[in-house]
Write a protein that binds this ligand. Structure first.
Ligand code: KG4
Ligand code: ZN
Length: 363
């Protein structure tokens, strides 16, 4: 095997159809990363419709792969391996990606690598910042929220996580009940910029419980009550009400994530890492207030903090290609019997969580 390895990555586990090319040549670099979002297709339904998502992936994957190759100025014959998200996620979408990757592998003879989507998010800081193991990872997305100690590419210890909803779901629900567009994270963040975070008294769930498990469903309900209270009083919501509700919600989520990160850091620091690092990844890691809260926490504890660029926080295929590269470098590849897995925990030894994102299959 040569020193330079180039992998095509494919991602279709939720509502983004993505393809990317990543090359390892000493360090890893992203040669192209193409994402076709499906927001408009799901806009009328208030959430991702799995059937619509799967069909759109099946229609777009070929074009997406062609775009990723042409933006990298490469042909399939320049590629050394094909990495694809094989789970967890919405099964129809995962299957579309796996079938596309299998087709390419069968036609070209290139090795096929089935990648865990969560490992893609969790290892992104190694792709972007080349950080060393071990590091503490807060993976926070539309379907997941967990603290992991990443000790190696396939060695994750889960310290805790949400027992019900994921923060991204709570952002999306908040946007929905306030009449803001989906995905909710960016629109709630935008509205919050002009709001007063103290006007509404919102709960910080599970802070009274030891450890770093989290819960966000009560916060969703509290938001609904707060909105209904304003509507009952004024027969509607002003923009200022919307902004204050969003600011209060974002502050509550940030407080919970920062305090639980402090506890997770305490656990992780017991390992005596030589260069302690907290990394955050997943769509919610794109939130500036949350990033700033975590950065402050790390500064106080003399811990390095890293967060990927926004485009690599949300779903993308560069992270999948990167995990594929690390596997291909060890000749750890799959074959055409690769199957799609709707559920696929990173830490098999951890007890299953009660909810871990009620959308469940969303990753
Ligand atoms: O990682 P991701 O793209 O997909 C999943 O694997 O879930 O995360 C999507 C989630 C959505 O719930 C979206 O509202 C949230 O990430 N998100 C944000 C922001 N940008 C995206 N949440 C808060 N603030 C943001 N700026
Ligand atoms: Zn994701």
């Amino acid at each position: 095997m040569t020193d330079t390895l180039t992998v095509l990555g494919i991602e279709s586990s939720c509502d983004d159809t993505a393809a990317a090319v990543v090359r390892l040549n000493g360090t890893a670099g992203v040669l192209s990363s193409v994402v076709y979002g499906q927001t408009a297709l799901h806009a009328d339904f208030g959430g991702v419709v799995p059937e619509i998502a799967a069909r759109a992936h099946a229609e777009k994957l070929d074009h997406c792969v062609e775009d990723a190759l042409s933006q990298a100025n490469l042909k399939l014959s320049d590629i050394d391996g094909i990495a694809v998200t094989a789970g967890p996620g919405l099964i129809g979408g995962v299957l579309s990606g796996v079938m596309c990757a299998k087709g390419l592998s069968a036609a070209t003879g290139l090795p096929l690598i089935g990648v865990n989507h969560l490992a893609g998010h969790a290892l992104t800081p190694r792709l972007t910042d080349d950080i060393a193991y071990p590091f503490l990872m807060l993976l926070v997305s539309g379907g997941h929220c967990q603290f992991l100690i990443a000790k190696g590419p396939d060695d994750f210890k889960r310290l805790g996580g949400t027992i019900d909803d994921a923060p991204g779901e709570a952002f999306d629900k908040t946007a929905r009940i306030l009449g803001l567009p989906q995905p909710g994270g960016p629109s709630v963040e935008k509205a919050a910029a002009n709001g007063d975070p103290k006007r509404f008294k919102l709960p910080r769930p599970l802070l009274d419980r030891e450890g770093c498990d989290m819960s966000f469903s009560g916060l969703k309900t509290a938001m609904l009550r707060a909105r209904d209270g304003v509507v009952a009083e004024k027969q509607g919501l002003t923009q200022a009400d919307q902004a204050d509700l969003c600011a209060g919600f974002q502050a509550a989520i940030t407080d919970v994530l920062v305090e639980k990160s402090r506890r997770a850091l305490t656990e992780y620091l017991k390992l005596n890492p030589t260069t302690p690092t907290l990394a955050v990844a997943g769509g919610v890691a794109a939130n500036t207030a949350i990033r700033a809260g975590l950065q402050d926490l790390c500064a106080k504890h003399d811990v390095a903090f890293t967060a990927p660029p926004l485009a690599l926080c949300t779903d993308n295929a560069a992270m999948i290609a990167y995990v594929g590269l690390t596997r291909l470098a060890k000749n750890d590849v799959d074959d055409l019997t690769l199957s799609a897995r709707p559920r696929w925990p990173l830490d098999n030894t951890a007890a299953p969580m009660l909810g871990s994102g009620k959308k469940g299959a969303k990753a």
